[in-house]
Design a protein around this ligand. Structure first.
Ligand code: ARG
Length: 468
């Protein structure tokens, strides 16, 4: 089987090396993009009068057939001769339509092809990921809405800090994921340029209409510099880095769900459909999905590091090292695309133990800041009010009660400004209500935050569909 480059070689390649340097086993997944890019190139060749109208038709039909064969028969892609996806297509095309097939490669290089295929792959993956993020955010928002006015503790330093609405807590994750979706959109914006016509490094040797090819592939324009276009993998790096951050977020989410579902917290009941048992301890129900989500983040972050290091020493322009950027890229994309529907399913199925959360939200002096605010509203300087409520906490600890368990006498011994209305300011409802700022947990603020989240998810969906 002839290589795409064997003319100047007198000796055959070492068979072990020959096998080892191939990329077809992993770049075959780019076939769809390779065919789209090749079709655009063929049309440009026809416009440049390198192909006749008939030749163009037979090349386009041949390419289409290759795509169809690949879709219907996986065995078609088991080719132990193809060096890479570009070689595979050329070879199959010649087998289908004869020597005209070899005209397709006129004026182009695999260097621009792989740069184009990878951009198209990342673009499609971003669209899918954003779609999945929108679904996950939608489920988080549904759960927030269902939680209504249920409260839970919020933690700082992993110590009880202040009560918040469960809805407020869930909406925090919506913000996190919307940022991830936005980062991916930003990456998409920069990558959506078309390298076709860049040649091997210096630009095509035929007068190919680059604007036309770019438009055909749905890009925003041709890349500006052929040297850069054939060596640039920033889009891949930005993408896997955005995915690292996304995976890191899912890992933090998973860690919190693991904590909240253990017996000590007891806030969340693990859904059986996403948990496993122990082969030894009959009582166990383990949060395996969550643990694997946390574990996969390590892998995705590792891929981003692999890519960074592969690229860091490369001079311009194309170097074969670039072939090594593909697998980490695919792996990060696959890993995160698998994670998102799973975490969405888990989030839908998780059982919130509102009673237990509510109980926790009302103990542990989580109304102490609200108590200090009571004094501040009466003109006491913040430092003093903090000190005085601290004293009250001390007395309550001695008496094994909460602040509301102290008598007015006890309180007035600390500051005569304490009045009978103080107790009212300590209830869970009052404590929640005073966090009455945009972005705060007062129920009057969480309600509009819910609608705002829905709106943001809707516009994310609209953006995605505009690309489809
Ligand atoms: N399989 C190659 C890659 O992924 C395609 C480009 C080959 N170019 C070359 N000049 N050998 O990088």
């Amino acid at each position: 089987m002839k290589k795409m480059w064997s003319g100047r070689f007198r000796q055959p390649l070492d068979p072990e090396f020959e096998h080892w340097q191939r990329s077809f086993s992993f770049d075959k997944r780019l076939l769809k993009y390779e065919i789209a890019a090749s079709s655009a190139h063929a049309r440009a060749l026809k416009n440049a009068r390198i192909l006749s109208a008939d030749e163009l038709i037979s090349i386009l039909e041949g390419l289409q057939q290759i795509g169809e064969k690949a879709a219907t028969s996986p065995a078609f892609l088991e080719d132990d001769e193809a060096e890479d996806v570009h070689h595979f297509v050329e070879k199959q095309l010649a087998a289908l339509i004869g020597d005209v097939g070899y005209k397709l490669h006129s004026g182009r290089s695999r260097n621009e092809q792989i740069a184009t295929d990878l951009r198209l792959f990342v673009r499609a993956s971003i669209d899918e990921l954003r779609e999945e993020l929108a679904v996950f955010c939608g489920v988080l928002t549904d759960r927030a809405e269902q939680a209504a006015d249920a409260a839970m503790p919020a933690y700082t330093h992993l110590q009880r800090a202040e009560p918040v609405l469960v809805a407020h807590w869930l909406l925090a994750y919506v913000e996190v994921c919307l940022r991830d979706a936005d980062r991916l959109a930003d990456c998409r914006k920069r990558l959506n340029l078309c390298p076709l016509g860049s040649g091997a490094v210096a630009g095509a040797t035929l007068p190919l209409d680059r604007e036309f090819m770019s438009e055909t592939l749905g890009c925003d324009g041709p890349t500006a510099n052929s040297i850069d276009a054939t060596s640039d993998r920033d889009f891949a790096l930005e993408f896997v880095q955005a995915l690292s951050l996304l995976a890191l977020h899912l890992s933090r989410w998973a860690e919190e769900m693991i904590l909240f579902s253990n017996q000590e917290y007891g806030f969340i009941g693990l859904p059986e459909s996403y948990s496993t048992g122990s082969s030894a301890m009959p009582q166990k129900k383990n949060p395996d999905l969550l643990e694997l989500v946390r574990g996969k983040a390590g892998r995705v972050i590792g891929n981003a590091t692999a890519l960074l290091i592969t690229l860091k020493g490369l001079p311009l322009a194309y170097n074969k090292d670039l072939q090594e950027t593909q697998e980490p890229l695919f792996d990060s994309s696959d890993t995160v695309l698998q994670l998102l529907p799973l975490v969405t399913g888990w989030m839908k199925a998780a059982e919130f133990r509102h009673e237990r959360m509510q109980q926790a939200a009302q103990s542990g002096f989580m109304n102490a800041w609200a108590a200090a605010t009571y004094l501040v509203r009466r003109g006491v300087p913040s430092r003093q009010s903090h000190e005085q409520v601290g004293k009250a906490v001390q007395i309550a600890l001695e008496k094994s009660c909460e602040l509301q368990g102290l008598s007015l006498e006890d309180l007035r011994s600390i500051n005569p400004d304490f009045g009978p209305d103080f107790y009212e300011s300590l209830t869970l409802a009052s404590v929640l209500a005073i966090h009455d700022v945009p972005g705060g947990t007062a129920p009057t603020r969480v309600q509009p935050a819910l609608s705002a989240a829905r709106q943001k998810i809707d516009s994310l969906r609209e953006e995605i569909h505009a690309h489809a």
